[in-house]
Structures are given as C-alpha cells and as structure tokens.
Design a protein around this ligand. Structure first.
Ligand SMILES: [Zn+2]
Length: 395
C-alpha cells in the first residue's frame, strides 16, 4: 500500500507554489457571495449527479488515514448520537435526548442523498483529519468566533499542573468547519488520508465547497462538521505506523456549540477537555496497550476518562465545580451512551456515566484528603476496582 510521509503532506500544504492561486482568492462564504443564489436552488438531481461523478473515498484510505479512522470510531460523538443512523429512523433505539434533538435540528433539510454523499466522501472527517495532521499551526482560537479561547487555554494549563504525569508535550488544537473552504489545507489533508492525487483532491474539494454553499450546510460551519473532540497519540502505533505528529487534543467548534445549546455551556468546554486529557493520561500509563477494541474495553477506557475528568472537575484544587453540574455534564457527554451494546464505540449508558461522575466526586472530596491530589495511576486503579459496581445492572 502506498504510504505518504508527513513531509510530503506538508509540502502539499504550501499554498501558491502548488496550485497557483491563493486560497483567499476564493469567496470565503456562501451568504451574500455570487455562489449563493445557485446553491439556494440546488436540486436533488444535482446531488445525485455529483455523487455519481465523485469517487467513493471510504475504501481508499491510506494506512495513516485508516489508522485515524479506526481511532475516530471509538471517540466519535457524531456516531454516538446517531447521525450515521439518521437515514433509518427505526434504529433510534435509545430514548431521544436533548443533544440528539439538537443534532436532528441541525440536520433539518438534509436529505438521504446528502447523508450518502457526505458519507461517500467522508466529509465529516475532513476537519478532524486536518486538525490532527496540521494543527496547531500558529496561534489557535476555540469556538467559531474564539469565544472559548481564554477558558480552554486556561484549563489546559491547569490540567497540566494538576496531574502528576508530564503533559508538557501535549498540543492543544482547534477544529473549525470553515477550514473546508481552504483549498490548500483540504488538498493536503485529502491526499494524506486517501489514495488520491493532488489534482483529484482539488477537483473533489472544489465540488464539495460548492455543494456546501447550500444554506443548510453553512459552508461547513454547521456544527455537525466539527461535532467531536479527540485525543491522539502515536504511542500505541506499531513500528513505522505512527502519524509522526505530537500528542494532541483536538477541540471541535460544533460539540462546544451543541453543549452550550442544551444548557451545559458552563461546564462542557472544561469537561470535554478534561476527558480528552484523561485519554492522554491513559496513553502515558500504557492503559491502551492491550486494548481489545471490544465494547467492554471501550466502555472501560471511556468511563475511566470520565472518571479522571470528574476527579479534576470536582477536586478542590482542580475546577471545584458543583457535583450536580459535573454529573449532568458526564451524563450527556458522548450522550445517548449510544445504547448499542454491541458497537465497539459503546461508551456506557447515561446512568453508568452519571455513576462514574458521582464516584469521581466522592474520591476528589474524600474526608481526610485535605486537597491532596492523587497520582493518575492511583485514580485509575481505584476506578477499575469500582467499575464492576458502576456497570452492574440497575434492574
Ligand atoms: Zn473519550
């Protein structure tokens, strides 16, 4: 299988040298630009024609692209919420929750053809791939207009100081849907993730950009294009299999917007970051090394990341947040706890997640602890000992 190096991808990222025209020469947004009227009249036939003309990228991932995709499957809030299942309403086996209602609201007007073409080209992965491979490139802003920058940068520094393990080599990066409108960044991303030439990538990017001018997609700024947060490390990669990128935490605009929309804006930015930081602690402790990728193993590592996050959020020397808010957040994060018990991405039911939050709060505020911070390894060991009781059936 053809392999690309990061150097190749970075060379492709050089804007004008490769494609002649600077990305900025393109109209930056659909609304009020000449492209808008045509996009507003976009027909179903046009989508069908586009689907037929464009390749199916799902089976053409590079080794690096496949590695990222496998990990995304485990940490994918979009799937947990059922976006991938939206075509078949009968598969909403779990009670609808506020966050899934929010997702349905954002996909209002998306047709079966829309879901299919986005799936065929893996468009919902593009911003994640881009952030993972190339960000942070320079200073970052978090949230569509930078509304979370201050809070997340502060929390990130606090997390690094709170835990006993060295996290100074972790990079924090933003993920914005608007990046899909950037030719150079998208061509570099697509040629890295898929077995396609730069010319073919440019054609696909042009077509998708035009398609996303439709108001319902908001040029990729619709929250569902960045409805994710993600921790990545090369530490579990076999020899020669790593991406060659430093340890990263990616924070998508969309998931932050969704959480704010359902009333968890006070705790979610810090909570999601603390959860992803928990995954970086797990990498450092080697807890993914013999990870079986079974539903049980994924549930264990996901609930454990919640436990590590909850410990930090509740702790007097962490965020010192009110227990009920921490519990509410943990219950909703990943949401739906997906209830598909056979899926590898199973994150635990909402009840199990809430119980994890209570457990972490109890440990963080234990009598006699006097604000002492336990090592991450100790919190992990204690959580694993408590896990059977946390996941025991409640009825
Ligand atoms: Zn997770």
């Amino acid at each position: 299988m053809r392999r690309r190096t990061l150097t190749t991808a970075l060379a492709l990222a050089l804007p004008t040298a490769v494609f002649g025209t600077p990305a900025l020469a393109k109209s930056p947004s659909g609304s009020g630009t000449p492209a808008a009227p045509a996009a507003a009249n976009w027909s179903a036939d046009r989508t069908r024609a586009l689907r037929a003309a464009l390749p199916d990228l799902r089976g053409r991932r590079t080794a690096a692209g496949a590695r990222v995709a496998a990990q995304l499957d485990e940490e994918r809030r979009v799937d947990a919420i059922g976006l991938g299942r939206a075509i078949d309403g009968s598969q909403y086996s779990c009670a609808p929750t506020e966050l899934s209602a929010y997702v349905r609201q954002q996909t209002k007007g998306w047709t079966d053809e829309d879901f299919e073409i986005l799936d065929q080209l893996a468009v919902l992965d593009w911003p994640t791939y881009q952030a993972l491979l190339f960000e942070p490139s320079g200073s970052q802003y978090y949230g569509r207009s930078g509304e979370y920058t201050k809070e997340l940068e502060k929390t990130f520094g606090k997390l690094q100081g709170f835990w006993d393990l060295d996290g100074s080599d972790i990079h924090l990066a933003a993920m914005h849907g608007a990046v899909i409108q950037d030719d150079a960044k998208m061509v570099a991303t697509l040629t890295f993730a898929f077995e396609i030439s730069a010319a073919e990538a440019q054609e696909i990017v042009d077509a998708v950009q035009e398609y996303l001018h439709q108001p319902k997609f908001d040029d990729g700024r619709n929250p569902l294009f960045t409805f994710n947060a993600f921790a990545y490390s090369d530490r579990t990669a076999g020899p020669g299999e790593g991406l060659g990128v430093p340890d990263k935490i990616i924070m998508g605009d969309g998931i932050l917007e969704g959480m704010a929309a359902i009333g968890l804006g006070d705790v979610a930015p810090r909570g999601i970051l603390a959860h992803e930081y928990g995954h970086q602690l797990q990498y450092r402790l080697g807890l993914f090394d013999d990870h079986a990728r079974t539903p049980e193993a994924t549930r264990e590592t996901e609930l454990e990341a919640d436990a590590l996050a909850g410990y930090y959020l509740s702790h007097p020397r962490g965020e010192r947040l009110r227990t009920k808010r921490v519990e509410a957040f943990i219950r909703v994060d990943h949401e739906v706890g997906d209830c598909s018990f056979t899926s590898n991405g199973h994150h635990g039911t909402p009840d199990q997640r809430a119980a994890t939050g209570r457990w972490a709060d109890g440990l963080a505020n234990e009598k006699g602890a006097k604000g002492h911070i336990l090592p991450a390894r100790t919190v992990s060991d204690a959580f694993r000992a408590a896990l059977p009781a946390i996941v025991a059936p409640t009825n």
